[in-house]
Write a protein that binds this ligand. Structure first.
Ligand SMILES: *Cc1c(COP(=O)(O)O)cnc(C)c1O
Length: 419
């Protein structure tokens, strides 16, 4: 499918006149419509709740949109909890799915009344001593082995650091019941960025069977099953987009097969999608500032991997549109590169594009999740601004760009003067 930016050249230039490139821009209308579709896909389940994975796009202005449209947040660190609190979240609107958790993180999660998802058996005592177990606790499960969908191996849970074994899940429930826990949730995250409508239903089948067995063996009340994240987006023009209503229907079929006959039709379905919720509704806008002709043809841009790490880190494909040249033929083969002293700082390699001139604005697609948030400061590069494009095409800066003094602030010892 042709990938079309949600912003045109005129709007991008209007933003760039006030907020210098590079910047990430987010499409509020797209996010809102997508949230509506997600809620509608699971509306058959009266307890359904999406907990947006904050690490995908940790900006309180974005989280306020989530709050307004009735979805919760999934946090895994102290700072994510603080951002969520600032955006108005508390209580069971917060899922705390962390691992290797420091004490202070659990203490804050407890204070905010979050639902705590324990990653390991040893965390029962760790959390109980620190905070006392809650009436509702969630358990993260790791089924081990390999996970296959439609006969192809999708991932190897046996090599993943997360979650408890099946036996540990039964033991955990038993111990927590003795200590007064009344309601349980089962959580698992097996595969990232799946582009198949079968992932959630297959995962649901595994988790519903487990939840049923836990209920039958221990008598525990299963309050929810959390399918977590992993629903992917079409990064390339060839990827078939997921159909969230088909995914919701697939999960419903499994629910009716397993939970309804077992008399467990009060179990709520939770999800913790990040990428699927905001991924396609963000873009990195960057300007072409150099061209270089050596053994290959390079276009140098003012963004770098510090603003969007996925291509450098995973070799991920991100589609790139030259704004204003959407309909021009792709006659040139370019490497689109940033300025890090790292040869993997390439947004695209051997990409067929229209002729790019210095000053052109490039729109790097699908940076709305795990884009800005994976940024870093290598080479003293600074994090960019973030901009929210409203449905009426007006815009607000929702995070300013870093300045050198932000970078230097942690050297604030009296021995040095930075000017
Ligand atoms: C990262 C993460 C998510 C979100 O994953 P996506 O692939 O962005 O949907 C959800 N839950 C947990 C525990 C995570 O670590």
């Amino acid at each position: 499918m042709k990938k079309v930016p949600f912003i045109d050249k005129q709007t991008a230039e209007a933003i760039a006149a006030k907020i210098p490139t590079p910047f990430h821009v987010y499409d509020e209308a797209g996010i809102i419509e997508n949230i509506r579709n997600i809620k509608s896909a699971f509306s058959w389940n009266s307890g359904f709740k999406e907990y947006f994975a904050v690490k995908a796009l940790p900006n309180p202005f974005i989280l306020k949109i989530m709050k307004e449209y009735g979805i919760g947040v999934d946090c895994s660190s102290l700072t994510e909890l603080l951002i969520s609190k600032a955006a108005g979240f508390s209580g069971d609107d917060i899922m705390f799915s962390s691992n290797e958790t420091p004490e202070e993180d659990y203490v804050l999660a407890k204070k905010l009344g979050a639902i705590v998802n324990l990653d390991d058996f040893t965390h029962i005592d760790y959390y109980d001593k620190l905070c006392r177990l809650d009436e509702t606790m969630s358990i993260r499960y790791n089924p081990g082995g390999v996970f296959t969908v439609s006969n192809s191996i999708m991932d190897n849970p046996q090599d993943a650091k997360y979650g408890m074994t099946k036996e540990q899940v039964f033991d955990a429930v038993g111990i927590m019941m003795e200590r007064g826990v009344k309601h349980f949730g089962i959580h698992s995250f097996l595969v990232s960025n799946t582009v198949t409508n079968d992932y959630y239903p297959m995962l649901a089948e595994k988790l519903f069977e487990l939840a049923k067995e836990v209920h039958e063996r221990t008598g525990a009340h299963i309050a929810f099953v959390n399918l977590s994240g992993g629903v992917g987006i079409p990064y390339t023009p060839d990827d078939e987009p997921n159909d969230i209503s088909a995914i919701g229907e697939g999960v419903r079929k499994v629910y009716e097969k397993i939970f309804v006959p077992a008399g467990m039709d009060d179990v709520a379905i939770y999800t913790e999608m990040g990428r699927y919720v905001t991924g396609p509704y963000g873009g990195l806008v960057t300007r072409a500032i150099h061209e270089k002709h050596i053994y290959r043809e390079y276009i140098g841009v003012d963004a770098c991997a510090a603003n969007l790490m996925r291509p450098a880190m995973y070799g991920s494909y991100h589609h790139i549109t030259v704004l204003g040249k959407e309909d021009e033929p792709c006659t040139q083969k370019y490497d689109i590169v940033g300025g890090l002293c790292e040869n993997n700082d390439k947004f695209a390699i051997d990409r067929m594009m229209p002729v790019i001139e210095k000053g052109d604005l490039l729109f790097i697609h699908d940076t709305g999740a795990h884009g800005f948030s994976m940024g870093y400061n290598y080479n003293g590069k600074l994090r960019s601004a973030e901009v929210l494009l409203h449905p009426d095409k007006s815009f607000d800066m929702i995070r300013r760009a870093e300045t050198p003094s932000d970078y230097l602030a942690t050297f604030d010892f009296s021995d040095f003067v930075f000017e």
